[in-house]
Design a protein around this ligand. Structure first.
Ligand SMILES: [Zn+2]
Length: 272
């Protein structure tokens, strides 16, 4: 398997936790649904969906990782909406199953959070080692990440310790790069902070502050550099027009190749 393939497989950390609203035929309809949602029975299966009224002229159905969303004109009755859902039941169920399988695939690429597990880190692979006698909570030693945890430490405890360490590394790594590229650009962000967003690698606000996802630390350094340059360039151009991309290119000449590389990573996370 390619290095990229391996990395991608290990990147579940960046994956979303999904619960698709699709219930088995024999199960009772859900008693508690998410706020503002409805439930319909399609071909014997209960499907939860969100309903929004709009000024559009037709009924719209969208299925993604959040489930089924229906948008309907204000003058359409609930019975008519349900008739459309029944008519398109096959498609709705097929799409929901596809998304559920997609979510399951991502779950399989999860970091195992146990002794000996591999954790992708800035283009390298670190191996977790639980060492009860070790001092300090986590310490990198070559390609080993030594964790001072009791022998019976649970997955959650291991995950917390490792992620805490990664966030600490992210602060130093991003801080150094933000300073370096800001000098090059001639503009610095008002402030920058770490984010744990499930759907964004980075963002830049109109007030000049930047947020960078600490999970980028699971990627090669060039991806970290690209995302930082992308967000810094927004300090000059808060859009994705030609001037923006020229600015990114001045900071990071290889941006096109790395941008394409980033697109091969889990597809539910974007950069803005
Ligand atoms: Zn952007």
């Amino acid at each position: 398997m390619s290095r990229l393939g391996r990395l991608t497989r290990q990147l579940a950390d960046a994956a979303l936790q999904l619960t698709l609203p699709l219930f088995d035929a024999n199960a009772a309809p859900p008693v508690v649904t998410r706020q503002g949602t409805r439930v319909i029975r399609l071909e014997g299966r209960f499907v939860e969906y969100s309903m929004r009224r709009s000024r559009r002229r037709t009924i719209g159905l969208v299925i993604d990782d959040r489930g089924l969303a229906v948008t309907a004109p204000r003058w359409v009755s609930q019975a008519e909406v349900e008739a459309v859902l029944n008519e398109r039941a096959n498609w709705v169920l097929r799409k929901l199953v596809e998304w559920r399988e997609h979510a399951a695939r991502r779950d399989r690429i999860a970091i195992r959070w146990e002794h000996g597990a591999a954790v992708p880190f800035l283009g390298e692979t670190l191996t977790l080692s639980i060492e009860p006698s070790h001092a300090g909570s986590a310490l990198r030693d070559g390609t080993m990440l030594r964790l001072a945890l009791p022998p019976g430490a649970g997955r959650e405890q291991i995950q917390d310790t490792v992620q805490g360490w990664i966030q600490q590394q992210a602060r130093a790594c991003f801080g150094e790069r933000v300073a370096r590229f800001s000098r090059q650009l001639g503009v610095a962000p008002k402030r920058w902070s770490l984010s744990s967003a499930r759907t964004r690698w980075g963002s830049c606000s109109a007030d000049g502050s930047i947020r960078l996802n600490w999970r980028l630390m699971h990627f090669p350094e060039e991806i970290v550099d690209y995302v930082i340059c992308h967000e810094l360039a927004h300090l000059k151009e808060l859009n994705h027009g030609p001037v923006f991309w020229r600015t990114v290119g001045e900071l990071f000449p290889e941006y096109q190749r790395v941008r394409d590389l980033l697109r091969t990573y889990p597809d539910d996370v974007t950069i803005s």
